[in-house]
Design a protein around this ligand. Sequence first.
Ligand SMILES: Nc1ncnc2c1ncn2[C@@H]1O[C@H](COP(=O)(O)OP(=O)(O)OP(=O)(O)O)[C@@H](O)[C@H]1O
Length: 314
Amino acid sequence: MAPMVEIRDARKVYDGGFEALKGVTLDIEDGEILALLGPNGAGKTTLISCICGIALPSSGAIRVGGNDVVTEYRAARDLIGLVPQEVNLEPFETVWSTVRFTRGVFGKRRDDALLEDLLKQLSLWDKRNAKIKELSGGMKRRVLIAKALSHEPKVLFLDEPTAGVDVELRRDMWRIVDGLRASGVTIILTTHYIEEAEAIADRIGVISGGQLLLVEEKAALMTRLGRKELRIDLQEPLGAVPDALAEFDLALADDGHTLVYSYDTGAERTGIARLMTEMNAAGVILKDLRTSQNTLEDIFVNLVHDDSTEETGA
Ligand SMILES: Nc1ncnc2c1ncn2[C@@H]1O[C@H](COP(=O)(O)OP(=O)(O)OP(=O)(O)O)[C@@H](O)[C@H]1O
């Protein structure tokens, strides 16, 4: 089956000449949840805007549900729900008329039960007759989500949906995403919150400087790039790593009371058994052992850092 979203060598050069996307190629499968992580200015919003037809790609091709986003804009856009980063609501409209109007714009038949359910899920039902200008910032963000879902999109874009919102809304949103996952909606979200990507995404893409640095299954990414640490508490503190253990990637911590051994989780052998034997031979006696694994945040910081170091030639 063709991917739900196909992006082929998409480039975007803004009017001033700034190249915000430098040739992005990516397939997003039907029903998949993809999180795009990247620092400020990486090009995440630009990519979403190009897919949703808000910005024109300078070159390359983008298709949604098989429809070219430029030449078959309407058909592509009909499949898309977009929760933008910025609040763009009519201040004098009510919550109810806002969502009903959006559904109508997308040519869907009236379905008040569906909208009622949506507003209830987003804890907006009590506010249905309130004007947008009377809502708090967090409530306005909820309305943006309700609007995007009001026409039952096949693909939902969430551009930093939980930036600056409270924990409750974040949880509501994650719950809604779970429900949408079950109904087969494809979801692409951008976020600065790594825990959010970790919590809800199937695949994670990292974008920096207009380039997609990688895109990979979440679990595989964490296994491939995650380094593990074995912390070995010692009976007696050491002043330095003994020469006999020099071949291992070891560091001393806690004033010499702990040896920290870093190893690759993807490697065939961890080397731990050999390290233990060598430690024994060198007369280093252990008291306790603990392991810890790199988080997605460590992986992300390393990736983006490596990329900016390369760009500046440092
Ligand atoms: N309309 C525009 N005209 C010129 N440059 C733009 C325009 N929109 C964005 N840019 C530039 O393109 C780059 C990418 O911006 P974009 O908004 O896509 O980043 P982002 O990854 O979404 O960042 P953030 O996490 O801060 O939202 C930035 O350097 C930005 O200044």
